[in-house]
Ligand binder design. Structure first.
Ligand code: ADP
Ligand code: MG
Length: 342
């Protein structure tokens, strides 16, 4: 990166996005219960890159995905794609948006209708975009080849394939409409380790070839680290640490990220040695820092002040009162640092 290179315009940008689920009263006089599934999430994703979201189950990752796909509406905040608010689009813009953003889920068997043939499954999004049958089938053949399958598989049914092959089919289906963004929500989580590695390598090579951007959601740290340029670590709706994947997951600063990394390594996390590790009730999170009841560093300040994200390294932020910035030179402006990996 030369000194004067400006940051690329992000393809996707989330700004303080929040989503609250409201539940019916449990009795006439009881208050309405509210669950803040996503609580002020911000990140941006440049074209051709991957943003990873990690966190335990229930931390709000899939809800962020649904907001990006417009399957849910935010209560506040903005989601921009190509600099445009995706919730302020007219019907034609929305149609175009739907083609540019595709989804791959964890269980392709569930997502792929068992009665349909692979040809119908892979061509469906293209047909929905108004492509002719012939053109869609031709394109489907190319996409299947791209993911390492013989186009002949189009005549067969999903149950005739292994988990890894079904995930390849799901990826071919998502890529058929030439999307600019693919949301991968636990897309490799159901696969055996060796098959998972193959699919991750496939996704990487497809990204290089097609320039597509990914939002990669998962709870497996190794997969998220391998896939992502930047990651956000979510805890009960908040991003508590964000930055380059190798820094955040390789040298984590937030006690929660450390807890995840230690657990993934098979260590007994520091946070569980002296503290109870029960997850709080999402309907009544602790005051101040929501991680404090599991945190080995918690002090009185943590009970009263909610920590905001602040810089702890180069383009690396953490929301913790007890994490200090590393050294002055890691916070130097981008042009003073080595070129970014591309
Ligand atoms: P993750 O993908 O990280 O496991 P989710 O985004 O699925 O987390 O869920 C975040 C929180 O929001 C959870 O407490 C979940 O129970 C709740 N939630 C998700 N979807 C809904 C919904 N449609 N209605 C009510 N609550 C929901
Ligand atoms: Mg999820």
């Amino acid at each position: 990166m030369s000194e004067a290179t400006p940051a690329p315009t992000p393809l996707l940008q989330l700004e303080s996005v929040a989503k609250v689920y409201r539940f019916a009263r449990q009795s006439l006089f009881a208050p309405r219960r509210e669950l803040v599934a996503v609580d002020g999430v911000s990140f941006s994703l440049p074209q051709g890159k991957t943003f990873g979201l990690v966190g335990e189950s229930g931390s709000g990752k899939s809800t962020v995905g649904k907001l990006i796909l417009r399957l849910e509406r935010p209560d506040s905040g903005v989601v921009r794609f190509d600099n445009r608010d995706i919730f302020a689009q007219d019907a034609a813009q929305l149609r175009r948006y739907r083609a540019q953003v595709q989804l791959v889920l964890q269980d392709p068997y569930g997502a792929l209708s068992p009665r349909m043939r692979i040809g119908g499954i892979v061509t469906e999004p293209m047909r929905a975009q108004g492509m002719s049958r012939e053109e869609a089938y031709e394109q489907a053949g190319e996409m299947l080849q791209l993911v390492g399958l013989d186009p002949e598989v189009m005549r067969r049914h999903p149950h005739q394939f292994s988990g890894g092959q079904r995930q390849r089919i799901a990826i071919a289906r998502a890529l058929g409409v030439k999307p600019r963004l693919v949301l991968l929500d636990e897309a490799v989580s159901a696969l055996d380790v060796s098959v998972r590695a193959q699919i991750l390598l496939l996704l990487k090579s497809l990204q290089k070839r097609l320039g597509v951007s990914f939002v990669f959601i998962g709870h497996d740290l190794a997969s998220v680290r391998f896939m992502s340029d930047e990651v956000g670590v979510m805890y009960f709706g908040r991003i508590v640490e964000i930055g380059p994947a190798a820094r955040v997951l390789g040298a984590p600063r937030h006690p929660y990220t450390r807890h995840l990394v230690e657990t993934a390594r098979g260590d007994i996390p520091l946070s569980s040695r002296s503290q109870p590790t029960e997850l709080p009730d999402p309907f009544s999170l602790p005051s101040g820092c929501r991680f404090r009841n599991r945190c080995p560093l918690a002090t009185a300040e943590c009970a009263t002040q909610e920590p905001a994200l602040r810089p702890v390294g180069h383009r690396h932020d953490a929301a913790c009162h007890h994490v200090e910035a590393e050294t002055v030179d890691t916070l130097a402006p981008p042009h003073a640092l080595a070129p970014q990996k591309t």
